[in-house]
Design a protein around this ligand. Structure first.
Ligand SMILES: Nc1nc2c(ncn2[C@@H]2O[C@H](COP(=O)(O)OP(=O)(O)OP(=O)(O)O)[C@@H](O)[C@H]2O)c(=O)[nH]1
Length: 229
């Protein structure tokens, strides 16, 4: 009965084609679903990554992010023989600000200062982070004179004119800034760079606050104090 074989064969072929078509569609749907899930996962990971690098009060970068960037840019400066500048910025008499206006006003002040300082930085590679309670770090890769940016930061605070009647230096919120500008990071470490900026900040505080203290480093040449303004 060849006709039976023929019909059976055709039926088999038809079912096999249909089955294959269904499987193909199903696979496509599964692949699409996997793609969507992967995209969601990547977006969630990116959000998480951003969160781990963001200071939750001010919205700018946090200490961890700053340290990673400093490490990366210090290595680059060493490798390429490029200059780098580091600023440490500290709000003056912030404890007195909190005591006078309350902790929430203190938080708002920190956020405003952070936002405005961030807007001051012009180059894409420049970075600001909140690295302590009322302390900010600014890293300026490929920059020979961080003092210029420091003065701009100080001017920004003057324009903001946030009332601070408990301040001993000025009736508005002010900042002290320690700057280290390294023409070359040869014979330096990240720690020595940081310590130099910290020493400059200490001098700015000791010198009366509301000022910039800048130190220039040039290879092996000893640190030179270049300005007190
Ligand atoms: N509102 C608020 N205050 C904070 C935060 N983090 C730290 N502070 C406060 O910042 C103040 C820092 O005080 P000090 O280290 O004594 O420094 P200062 O009063 O600014 O004095 P100088 O730096 O010497 O001018 C402390 O009172 C902290 O409680 C924060 O996230 N929010």
């Amino acid at each position: 009965m060849p006709w039976l074989v023929l019909i059976g064969g055709n039926l088999f072929f038809a079912f096999a084609t249909l089955f294959g078509f269904i499987i193909l569609r199903r696979n496509r749907a599964i692949n699409r679903a996997i793609d969507i899930k992967n995209q969601e996962l990547n977006a969630a990971n990116a959000r998480l990554e951003r969160l781990t690098k963001t200071d939750c009060l001010t919205g700018i970068s946090n200490r961890r992010c700053f340290d990673e960037y400093l490490d990366q840019e210090f290595r680059r400066a060493a490798r390429e023989g490029k200059p780098i500048a580091l600023l440490l910025i500290d709000i003056d008499y912030f404890k007195a600000f909190n005591d006078t206006y309350g902790h929430q006003a203190g938080d708002r002040c920190l956020t405003l200062v952070a936002t405005e300082l961030e807007r001051t930085l012009k180059r894409p590679a420049d970075m600001i982070a909140r690295i302590g309670g009322e302390e900010f770090g600014v890293l300026l890769p490929n920059t020979t004179n961080g003092e210029v940016v420091a003065k701009q930061c100080k001017a920004v605070l003057e324009r903001l004119a946030i009332e601070h009647k408990a301040s001993d230096v000025y009736p508005f919120v002010t900042i002290s800034i320690g700057v280290v500008s390294a023409m070359s990071v040869a014979n330096q470490t990240i720690e020595s760079l940081f310590n130099t900026a910290d020493a400059a900040l200490y001098q700015a505080k000791k010198g009366g606050r509301n000022r910039v203290r800048a130190i220039k480093i040039n290879g092996e040449v000893p640190k030179v104090l270049v300005s007190l303004c």
